[in-house]
Design a protein around this ligand. Sequence first.
Ligand code: SF4
Ligand code: SF4
Length: 458
Amino acid sequence: MFINDKEIIDALEKGKNAKKEDLIKILDDAKSKKGLELYDIAKLLQSEDEEIIEKIYSVAGEIKSSIYGNRVVIFAPLYVSDYCVNNCTYCGYARKNDFKRRRLTDEQIQEEVMLLEKMGHKRIAFEAGEDPTNCDMDYICHAIDTIYNTKNENGNIRRINVNIAATTVENYKRIYEKGIGTYILFQETYHKDTFKSVHPNSIKGNYDYHLTSFDRAMEAGIDDVGGGVLFGLYDYKYEVLALMQHNKHLEDLFNVGFHTISVPRLKKAEGMSLEQFPYIVNDNEFKKLVAILRIAVPFTGLILSTRESIEMREELINYGVSQVSAGSCTGVGAYKEEEFNETNVNQFEVSDNRKPLDVIKDLLKKGFVPSYCTACYRSGRTGDRFMSLAKSGQIHKICSPNALMTLLEYSMDYGDDELKDLVENVIKKECDILDISVKDKTTNKLELIKEGKRDLYV
Ligand code: SF4
Ligand code: SF4
């Protein structure tokens, strides 16, 4: 199998106590955005030297800003079903937890989508527990159709990234044909024994089947896949190196690695206590690992959820994270419940409870440009076509105009006066520094949006 336990353990062993000059050279070389070798990652992960850690942050920040500028992509999760046959020890939806399970009807999906739309969202992550009876592939495909077909006066959800359980090539083909964006699946932990112990007596406990999901998804035609680890289940250093081995496996076999990597950190959930988990990652370790990932895979989007606090989210955007969820509810039907102050069991606790409007304002005030862009997927720029454009540096010319257009749409359709002022100022400033090849086109399209046109992109 492509996760080579011995190679990881050897790299961590040999990477201990690396010389400072060696680490400085690794970081200086990495500024060219060529990524990092496994052994170098092992050295950086184990350095406790304050100066080196500061340098990791500054190189990650440089890479982040040169590839992603000041843009941050915004999305929200949509939970459609909490039925689950698995018993993951870290999840509120584990089958041992006794609560009234739900699966959204068409009408309920439409209600949730309208509320997400009202928050400005155009890009969602589709979430469902694993249950071949109560949440089968027919239901999942139908739910995806229902989401795409739900429209309000300002448009509809334009991209659905799908996070469903590991499945067969045939089933991946079915969701691919529905026009999904990225297929997301967290490995949770790459450490085999830990994987088995946190997934007792369940379908998900088949390590090899779970690990090879992206091979089957790619075989089915899905060329954007997003990996992730639930940090806190096992030693984070091991997990980061294993993530890199997985990425390399995909690059070797399919010519394109992870489109995104998610970095969820273990949080309190229904029916579990954090004390059960000996590998909890502290804030400093977490910041360091995110910055190292940014340096190691410069062109892979890094996704952070509302599991993290406002402060942590804002800090990590500076040197790593390129996509954040906003206004998230992590329960089935939870957007409607929040609107009516009801409560239900959620998959995990969230720490950033701000409304999207406040998240957007805070980002703008700190000099970031929030983006609801979904253009690449809709223009067929996926898989290795996307990656080659990203690696050539050309993607920058596309992302910036699209960020401004979607931001203007959002402020016109859902913004208050304060947001409208903030957006107007940022658009003026950002238009001045747009690449000459897209400047006129962008200004024209921004005018059209002001006149009421929607869904324009380059
Ligand atoms: Fe089910 Fe997923 Fe939760 Fe595991 S993590 S119990 S598979 S919903
Ligand atoms: Fe993402 Fe493509 Fe939009 Fe850039 S242009 S934000 S890469 S979808």
